[in-house]
Design a protein around this ligand. Structure first.
Ligand code: F0G
Length: 513
């Protein structure tokens, strides 16, 4: 960063001396002062944070006209009436002025053709940073001064899979899944976590924490431990899938099970974070969102930069919706894609505050669902923190928000399984939503659709077994029909009887040979 600021000073000086010598001298002076006070130094805070911040504002104001394309990364409040800016190293999760959510903002990226060539070239590299499906696209998330603090488990690099059977079920001619369950800890959280952990290390933090319905905690535990940080996770007692809890324990996280739901615990942990000097890695952390942007960048690259008509994803705390929308807008602004795909966000019926907001006449305030209910525990969230960002993105993309029932999720999940692909319950909300949206005529059958499967099939094996054996019950107690069930068959240890059973079940298959 120091080099960047120094280069900047030279740039300002040369350009300024040519055009406006007096102002240029001024700015070089201010710049030197900034350097001395530590603004923009790579490590956490300057010794004089208030003076330093004031200098930063003055510097920005003065150097604006000379400085197009050379601004540092910053945090910006998303609220239109505020738009306050803060140094990228400030440890804030909301705008200190108005409470709004924060975005990381950057100078314009290099030209689109250069980026495409650079990113493609890195695919053959053996450097860890280039092998990461997040950091390969690092020019699109330039919030670090250098990459010394990056820990990668080779996240991202997830496939686009054609699924003809799921397409038919969903009422489409063709459907592609972008499967984030192929990530190191089995969910899309890894894309964001490598960035959140890099920022924690850069800030000199030792402890990181999150509240989670399971996947964030599994991911944070893995990345924090790999980075030598102390992971602390807070989970709603009895409400997370065993696969996820098991991961957190195995990766060495201090695990606190709280007798409250996700939304209540998040409020509690936000208060605790400051008191215990813990860096929070929930999705209101803007650096997590930066990492999750690469899911869309990688998808576009895999499609040779041809945008689909629709991107469909499940909505819980709405971080992913925010990340996808930001990525798509930034890619369009950079000339990497020519148009925005439409976002379709799907929620579970008993946990659908964003759907209600979308349908409301007044979208200025979200009414939380006080007791959210769904077996898709990953998206069992009644008061999604990122709703203002998500709303901005769904509106900007001319998207939609849909909700689906427990039965619809369960059946769609079994269909994804039958494609040989598989996913966890929350992910299957996408296919259930597509089926509903095509039936309603909102998505035409010939639309080009990518659905994002957010988590691996093994995250929630209990759900799978219960569904296939007819033992799955919705939160209201209603039985979920195993419409695509596949019950295991008990057989005696007897060759003739097994052959007879298989004959009757599978039909008589002629002997080969
Ligand atoms: N799908 C899966 C598998 C998830 O784990 C989550 C969120 C979502 C979808 C929803 O994503 O919150 O960005 O809208 N899981 C979080 C967690 C809340 O704690 O693991 P979102």
């Amino acid at each position: 960063m120091i080099v960047v600021v120094a280069l900047h000073l030279i740039q300002v000086f040369l350009y300024g001396a040519y055009k406006k010598p007096r102002e240029a001298t001024w700015m070089v002076g201010v710049g030197l002062l900034l350097l001395t006070l530590g603004y923009g130094s790579s490590e956490a805070a300057s010794p004089f944070p208030i003076v330093s911040r004031a200098c930063a504002s003055v510097f920005r104001l003065l150097s604006g006209p000379y400085n197009k394309g050379f601004m540092p990364a910053e945090l910006a409040c998303i609220e239109e009436r505020c738009r306050a800016r803060f140094p990228i190293t400030d440890i804030i999760y909301n705008c200190p002025k108005c409470g709004g959510l924060l975005d990381a903002v950057y100078p314009d990226p290099p030209p689109a053709a250069d980026l495409r060539a650079l990113w493609l070239g890195r695919r053959t590299s053996n450097a860890p940073l280039d092998q990461s499906g997040v950091w390969r696209f690092r020019e699109f998330l330039p919030f670090l001064p250098n990459y010394d603090s990056v820990v990668t488990l080779r996240e991202g690099n997830t496939p686009l899979l054609d699924a003809p059977q799921a397409a038919r079920y969903g009422g489409l001619d063709r459907l592609t899944f972008k499967h984030q369950g192929f990530n190191p800890t089995g969910s899309f959280k890894d894309n964001g976590m490598t960035c959140g952990i890099a920022q924690a290390l850069r800030l000199g933090k030792r402890r990181v924490a999150c509240v989670s319905t399971g996947n964030t905690s599994a991911s944070m535990a893995a990345y924090a431990s790999a980075a030598g940080l102390q992971p602390i996770i807070f989970i709603p007692h009895g409400n997370i899938a065993y696969g996820k809890l098991a991961q957190a324990l195995e990766y060495g996280a201090r695990t606190l099970q709280v007798e409250a739901n996700f939304d209540q615990i998040l409020a509690l942990v936000r208060r605790l974070a400051e008191r215990l000097d813990i860096y929070l890695l929930n999705s209101m952390n803007p650096f997590r969102i930066e990492g999750q942007k690469t899911i869309m960048v990688e998808m576009m690259e895999q499609r040779d930069w041809r945008p689909p008509d629709w991107v469909v994803l499940p909505g819980g705390n709405l971080g992913n919706t925010s990340a996808f929308g930001k990525a798509l807008r930034e890619m369009k602004a950079a000339g990497l894609i020519g148009r925005l795909p439409r976002l379709a966000v799907v929620q579970a019926e008993g946990s659908a505050p964003f759907y209600d907001l979308w349908r409301a006449a007044d979208r200025s305030r979200l009414n939380p669902v006080v007791h959210p209910q769904t077996l898709a525990t990953a998206i069992k969230i009644g008061d999604p923190v990122s709703w203002p960002k998500a709303l901005r993105e769904v509106e900007a993309s001319h998207g939609v928000v849909e909700k689906v029932t427990e039965q619809e999720i369960a059946d769609a999940k079994a269909i994804v399984g039958r494609c040989g692909i598989g996913c966890e319950p929350a992910s299957a909300a996408t296919l259930a939503g597509i089926r509903k949206l095509t039936a309603a005529g909102s998505i035409p059958a010939d639309a080009d659709v990518v659905a994002v499967l957010t988590g691996n099939v093994l995250k929630d094996p209990d759900y799978i077994y219960r569904y296939h054996t007819g033992d799955l019950k919705s939160p209201s107690g209603a039985r979920i029909e195993p419409n695509y069930g596949n019950r295991p068959i008990m057989v005696p240890n007897d060759e003739a009887q097994i052959a007879a059973i298989l004959d009757s079940q599978l039909g008589n298959t002629p002997k080969q040979g």
